[in-house]
Design a protein around this ligand. Structure first.
Ligand SMILES: Cc1cc2nc3c(=O)[nH]c(=O)nc-3n(C[C@H](O)[C@H](O)[C@H](O)COP(=O)(O)OP(=O)(O)OC[C@H]3O[C@@H](n4cnc5c(N)ncnc54)[C@H](O)[C@@H]3O)c2cc1C
Ligand code: FES
Ligand code: FES
Length: 421
């Protein structure tokens, strides 16, 4: 969708993100996830019933992106490297589709027909995904060009069912769609030392890895050669299987499980937008523009900066009803009736800066300052969720924000400083 400033303005938008049924999670077996359930919710609410989804979601993009991106969007795009699709394929998930003429149920594996191709008719909506409840540990192993914000060059999801003594193994980015490695699954089912308490021996893990590599049909591209991807599939499969077997790919490794299935619905209140405490009317002709464009060009709120316009740099980070997001990726209509906060509104009424802003100044974390409002919003979000973050947690919390001049040491130091206050 041409949300970008320099692109054309799209026609009327139908915003489905507030439809309660699409946002709902029904906790049973299978667990039923509405198509508008975000990655953050998969990570924070579903780690216990669906650890493989939580583990895969954790590797996707940044918190800003995970707070908005949905299952339905990922399924409709059908990217062969999509992490969540790989987890769904490994878990044997099914999909509910609906149109005015009726509904269909089909497996996610059958729904994905090729790179960016799927069995979705023009009049159909993806309504929900049904994922078998976990009956054992899971693991997700991914390799990309960098540690964060990287699409997979290869990734492997492993789901173990301890009672039935079966394994689900999905591979990303190594075939036209995420695929199941069925021969490898059969080997694990038949020969793994189920119930013995014993570890997997290296020879067995390597045989499983070999069969996973055989299930792939990789093509050389900018993320790696065919040979590299096949090798990566074998290595990652061995790692993920060993990790799941030892159970350190358990839900706790992804995030503390929470049972927060109910979530209050967002109420749209016309086209009003509350930005840093001030009420604005959102002109109807701008509802399909990006929130960033509306903030900067229509409302004159210039703290969120415009750089990449594709969710990669975090310069445009704002909070929408308390959850950070890239304003460049959010259609303005989705923020209607919401409270939008920017770095410009964080100072108190007397003008005293927010502790994170003070700390960034004090630690020398600003040079040109272009990235600073985005870092301030991401750091504030991190400290609200994790008041005393470790260095690793700080780096993870800020991994959706790029700085082109200061480097990151001083920014990380600033977050530590702010945490102590
Ligand atoms: C910066 C960045 C980094 C990323 N990194 C990763 C990564 O590391 N790993 C990864 O797997 N993915 C990654 N992604 C991709 C991300 O997973 C997808 O962009 C996201 O899942 C799309 O979801 P959405 O809700 O934003 O979809 P939208 O952009 O809102 O929608 C995408 C398409 O799907 C259609 N659609 C949406 N919902 C439905 C529905 N219910 N029924 C029918 N059609 C529907 C829309 O009409 C649209 O055509 C990244 C994206 C960004 C921006
Ligand atoms: S401008 Fe939005 S993430 Fe870069
Ligand atoms: S201070 Fe210049 S981009 Fe970060």
């Amino acid at each position: 969708m041409p949300l970008r400033n320099r692109g054309e303005r799209p026609g009327p938008l139908l915003d489905l993100s507030r439809v309660a049924e699409l946002r709902a999670v029904e906790d049973g077996d299978p667990v039923r996830l509405g198509a508008a359930v975000t990655y953050t919710r998969q990570l924070e609410e579903l780690a216990e019933p669906l650890p493989v989804l939580a583990l895969a979601a954790r590797t996707i993009a940044s918190r800003q992106v995970r707070n908005r991106a949905t299952l339905g969007g990922a399924l409709a795009i059908a990217d062969p490297s999509a992490d969540i699709l790989t987890a769904l394929v490994a878990a044997g998930a099914e999909l509910e589709l609906a149109s005015a003429s009726g509904g269909r149920l089909l497996s996610v594996a059958d729904f994905l027909t090729g790179p960016y191709e799927r069995d979705l008719r023009g009049d159909e909506l993806i309504v929900a995904v049904r994922v078998p409840r976990a009956a054992g540990p899971a693991a997700y192993a991914k390799v990309g060009a960098r540690n964060a914000m990287a699409r997979a060059a290869c990734a492997v999801a492993v789901v173990l069912d301890i009672e039935r003594r079966t394994a689900g193994i999905g591979v990303a980015a190594s075939a036209p769609t995420p695929v199941r490695a069925t021969a490898a699954e059969e080997l694990v089912a038949a020969e793994a030392p189920w119930g013995s308490g014993g570890d997997l021996d290296a020879g067995f893990v390597s045989r499983v890895g070999g069969l996973v590599a055989e299930a792939t049909r990789p093509r050389s591209d900018g993320r790696g050669s065919e040979a590299y991807k096949r090798h990566a599939a074998a290595v990652l499969a061995g790692r993920a299987l060993a990790r799941a077997w030892r159970s350190d790919g358990s839900p706790a490794a992804a995030a503390p499980p929470r049972s927060r299935f109910a979530r209050p619905g967002q109420d749209a209140t016309g086209l009003r937008l509350r930005v840093d405490g001030a009420e604005h009317e959102l002109p109807e002709e701008h509802t399909a523009d990006s929130l960033l464009r509306v903030l900067r060009d229509e409302l004159g709120v210039t703290a969120p900066k415009n750089a990449c316009e594709e969710g990669e740099c975090g310069s445009c980070t704002v909070a929408i009803d308390g959850e950070i997001a890239c304003a460049c990726l959010v259609p303005a209509v989705q923020a209607a009736g919401c409270e939008v906060e920017t770095a410009a509104g964080l100072a108190d009424p007397e003008g005293a800066l927010h502790p994170v802003q003070e700390a960034i100044l004090e630690a020398g974390g600003v040079q040109c300052g272009f990235c600073t409002p985005g870092f301030v919003m991401a750091a504030r979000d991190l400290l609200r969720r994790v008041p005393e973050p470790t260095a690793e947690e700080i780096r993870e919390g800020l991994n959706g924000n790029l700085c082109r001049c200061t480097g990151y040491q001083k920014i990380v130091a600033a977050v530590r400083l702010a945490a102590g206050r």
